[in-house]
Design a protein around this ligand. Structure first.
Ligand code: COA
Length: 180
């Protein structure tokens, strides 16, 4: 469908081999991964980037690599992902993000996520996009609200172990313009 997206300050594009070291470094950072079960090894990080790129090649959209236009620097991923588990709100497409800590606090996640929503509604014609995160991940929920999503429910993530404090999640959603 597309070669990528462009915003005022960012490019959302397919993954390149030279993104992998920076992606592995951020996925190994305990602060970036605070609300996930654990940081990722370099091998798991590379696998994740490979899966994102495979989806982009097959579908024409997905979780894009994000680059700052001012520095040409890879800063993380933002984009659209089909929800991989079953719940009362699936099938659904999720908007998601993960940025290197050095690039938090600039509005980059929100800027890239808004472009992703425009693409989801304008190009893909989706009626609704969801997002979810562990209830403890206040920064991520703040991005959801900043891009106009509303809290729909709390739910128990089926793929998180029952003894984990990360199991309780918040579900946010936004409808295509004109459908709200
Ligand atoms: C979630 C995450 C992407 C949020 O990053 P973020 O930079 O806080 O989010 P935004 O892009 O919305 O930026 C908002 C911040 O930028 C500031 N900002 C500065 N310039 C801005 C601008 N031009 N426009 C908007 N916000 C701006 C805002 O004031 C806000 O700062 P605050 O945190 O002090 O309130 C980041 O914390 C992250 O990668 N976390 C780890 C991975 C993760 O948990 N992902 C989600 C899993 S579901």
């Amino acid at each position: 469908v597309t070669g990528g997206l462009r915003t005022e300050r960012l490019v959302l594009r397919g993954w390149r081999p030279d993104d992998l070291p920076a992606f592995a470094a951020m996925n190994a950072d305990p602060e970036v991964m605070e609300h996930f079960p654990s940081p990722l090894s370099a091998a798991r990080s590379d696998e994740l980037a490979g899966a994102f790129q495979a989806h982009i090649e097959q579908a024409g959209w997905g979780a894009w690599a994000v680059e700052r236009r001012d520095r040409g620097e890879f800063i993380g991923f933002v984009g659209l992902v089909p929800v991989s588990f079953e719940a009362d709100f699936t099938p659904a497409v999720e908007v998601g993000w993960r940025l290197d800590r050095r690039h938090w606090g600039h509005g980059f996640a929100a800027e890239a996520a808004l472009a992703s929503l425009d693409f989801a509604f304008g190009t893909l014609g989706l009626e609704r996009v969801v997002s979810f995160t562990a209830v403890t991940n206040l920064r991520s929920a703040a991005v959801m609200r900043r891009i106009g999503m509303r809290l729909v429910a709390e739910f128990t993530h089926p793929n998180v172990p029952s003894d984990s404090p990360l199991r309780r999640h918040v579900l946010y959603a936004v409808e295509a313009p004109g459908r709200t």
